[in-house]
Design a protein around this ligand. Structure first.
Ligand SMILES: O=c1[nH]cc([C@@H]2O[C@H](COP(=O)(O)OP(=O)(O)OP(=O)(O)O)[C@@H](O)[C@H]2O)c(=O)[nH]1
Length: 634
């Protein structure tokens, strides 16, 4: 399919969508494009009458939106992106251009103009390819240290070369004859207010539409098919005669990263827009000019190495994590869930935080796809609503809190661990071991919240990786809050489940329980699986336990389980996936623990060494591998 190869070309490039439109983000995400969202601050105030056609206005607006983001990211030491995509959707009826209504009356005016008539929807798209010609060399990293958050003049020595490909798509739409009452009912739904022409064809607004001739997604806000053709034209291969090189020495300057708040940063001045004329429109509205530098880069004529996007992302990764942890710690996503969308100043007031830095934090969260920015302010994106609101069913807030409070510290001592071989985890978990979790209730709760939220992601996969219906009882060793026990009881109505964990854990597990009939078959038994007798069970379960123990402890535990397990009984082990022997596990799960990453085959051999036969291996999502062995007769 035309898109897949093209996606491959963009995969290692840093692509930015300069749009706050959730529909545009969804269309491109669903098509498999990986990108960051950096909403443009270009004020859509180009003089409409100065354009020969409505679509010329839309294309120019799209270009200015993209150039503003490209310039801002280049100017402010955010690592310059490789590609910035801008778009602008307008409705044209007669000689009138309709954009987003400013209020309900405006929405009524628009819809009345469209009522019973055919109109055109134009979406202009600009694909801006950036080549930083910085004297400090290509590319820049995202510097989010405190100093860079302080206001400071930051003249850029370098120049941002951009090469723009632009096009537009037209779709014809006809409204039915609509009653005044229906129009107002639709207006009062609130749907029209952030949509061109005052309607959303993909939602309630679809009821107004009699027919559509052309690309439906173009009406929604992004002509995906035309975009794919454009990318295919650009990358397979660009034709020199189609290329038009535009150099932007006059990218609108912005003062400092600090001053990029809405209230302070004016939009870029159209007068500073790209040099170079507006070429004549081709019949299909397609005015592609692919970038020459891109052609050279793609065909090896460029002597410079490819831009190290992945490496820079690795270098910057910790900053993004810290931004996420800080936002979670401030309960930002909870505030926006209950009271959003909010302007930055209102968020700062509610969080009692510094307005300027709150604005920056919100901006970076938007760039990370955690927030979306509209004219009404900042709101949670879907992923934030699902996983970052503290009381959500799938919340990972606990994991963020624990990583920030403890794992972060572990990784700051990585050098020591590497030099001295000491297990820095013991420096944190060890502290928990030595001082016993009971002496640090808050630490225990943070640990349990983290494990609870992570286990929720995989509990169902672990419980269903194999058919466990032949077992009447199970014991989840180190089962913590009982999230896996609950899934097992839910999946196997006959199964009695015991959660066996340290006393200071089981005494706090009550706060994590939810109602439901399956809880009648779950019990919590305090104990230490290295010291105390294990509860009797047909099936023993170890989920994310082995990874945390050095080999000597691990063999001791497996030996105790093997001795407790009757012939025909089972051992179910779920551990982070290590693809091949000795490979390091996905960093997102590694906590510098004393355990070794093990491949499925290594786990298989481990169980066989401790008397388990018929060892089978399965995957639980992309996080864990699950191994089930049956205890052989001695
Ligand atoms: O049927 C539909 N028609 C239009 C839309 C949405 O309307 C807006 C169009 O506005 P604009 O192009 O200015 O884009 P913004 O949302 O303001 O975001 P930018 O940051 O890119 O300016 C757009 O969101 C369409 O998706 C619709 O949803 N249905």
């Amino acid at each position: 399919m035309v898109l897949c190869p093209v996606i491959g070309k963009l995969q290692h490039k840093r692509v930015v969508l300069a749009s706050a439109s959730p529909r545009r983000q969804e269309i491109l995400s669903n098509a498999g494009l990986r990108f960051e969202v950096v909403p443009s601050r270009f004020k859509e105030k180009l003089h409409k009458a100065s354009f020969a056609t409505p679509y010329a206005y839309a294309v120019e607006t799209a270009k200015q939106k993209a150039l503003e983001v490209a310039g801002r990211m280049h100017q402010k030491d955010l690592r310059a992106p490789d590609v910035v995509i801008g778009a602008d959707t307008i409705v044209a009826v007669g000689a009138m251009i309709l954009e987003k209504p400013v209020d309900k009356q405006d929405a009524y005016r628009m819809l009345s103009r469209l009522n019973g008539k055919e109109h055109s929807v134009f979406t202009g798209v600009a694909i801006v390819h950036c080549c930083s010609k910085d004297i400090s060399g290509p590319g820049r990293t995202l510097r989010l240290t405190l100093s860079s958050w302080a206001p400071r003049a930051h003249p850029t020595d370098g120049r941002l070369d951009t090469e723009v490909s632009e096009f537009y798509e037209e779709t014809t739409v006809k409204f039915s004859e609509l009653s005044e009452e229906l129009l107002w009912e639709y207006i009062n739904s609130g749907e029209p207010m952030d949509k061109a022409g005052g309607y959303g064809i993909q939602a309630l607004g679809g009821m107004l539409v009699e027919y559509v001739h052309g690309d439906f997604l173009n009406v929604v806000g992004f002509p995906l098919n035309h975009f794919c053709k454009e990318l295919a034209r650009l990358y397979y291969p660009p034709r020199p005669e189609d290329l038009r090189r535009v150099r932007h020495d006059s990218i609108p300057a912005v003062d400092t990263f600090e001053n990029l708040s809405d209230s302070e940063a004016g939009g870029s001045d159209p007068g500073q827009s790209a040099k170079g004329g507006r070429g004549g429109e081709q019949a299909d509205g397609d005015r592609s000019q692919a970038p020459r530098a891109l052609d050279a880069a793609l065909n090896g004529a460029d002597s410079r190495p490819p831009f190290p996007t992945g490496l820079l992302e690795l270098m910057d990764g910790f900053k993004a994590s810290k931004v996420l942890f800080t936002a979670c710690k401030l309960r930002l996503f909870d505030v926006l869930k209950d009271q959003g969308p909010l302007q930055a100043a209102d968020v700062a007031r509610k969080l009692s935080t510094c307005a300027g830095r709150t604005e920056q934090l919100l901006g970076v969260c938007a760039a990370l796809g955690l927030l979306e920015k509209t004219r009404r302010g900042y709101g949670n994106t879907e992923v934030a609503t699902l996983h970052l609101v503290s009381d959500g069913e799938h919340s990972l807030q606990g994991l963020a809190e624990y990583n920030d409070a403890h794992v972060w510290g572990v990784f700051t001592r990585l050098g020591l661990a590497v030099r001295e071989g000491a297990d820095q985890t013991r420096g944190v978990l060890g502290a928990m071991e030595e001082e016993r979790l009971s002496q640090n209730r808050e630490l225990t709760l943070q640990f349990m919240r983290a494990k609870h939220s992570l286990s929720k992601l995989t509990a169902h996969h672990v419980a269903t990786a194999f058919d466990l219906s032949r077992f009447a009882s199970a014991c989840d060793l180190g089962g913590c809050t009982g999230i896996l026990a609950r899934e097992l009881a839910q999946e196997y109505p006959r199964l009695q489940v015991t959660v066996f964990d340290l006393p200071e854990v089981t005494e706090l597990s009550g706060g994590f329980q939810r109602g439901g009939r399956q809880t009648e078959r779950i019990r919590f038994v305090p104990g230490d699986f290295f010291k105390d007798s294990l509860p009797e069970a047909d099936l023993y379960v170890l989920s994310r336990i082995l990874q945390d123990w050095p080999d000597d402890k691990l063999h001791k535990l497996l030996s105790r389980i093997s001795s407790s397990c009757r012939p025909g009984g089972g051992l179910l082990v779920a551990e982070a996936v290590a693809e091949e022997e000795g490979a390091s596990r996905s960093p997102r799960l590694r906590t510098l623990s004393a355990g070794q990453p093990r491949s499925p085959d290594e786990h298989r051999r481990l169980l066989q060494r401790h008397g388990f036969r018929d060892v089978r291996v399965a995957r639980a999502g992309d996080l864990l591998c699950v191994v089930l062995g049956t205890r052989a007769a001695p």
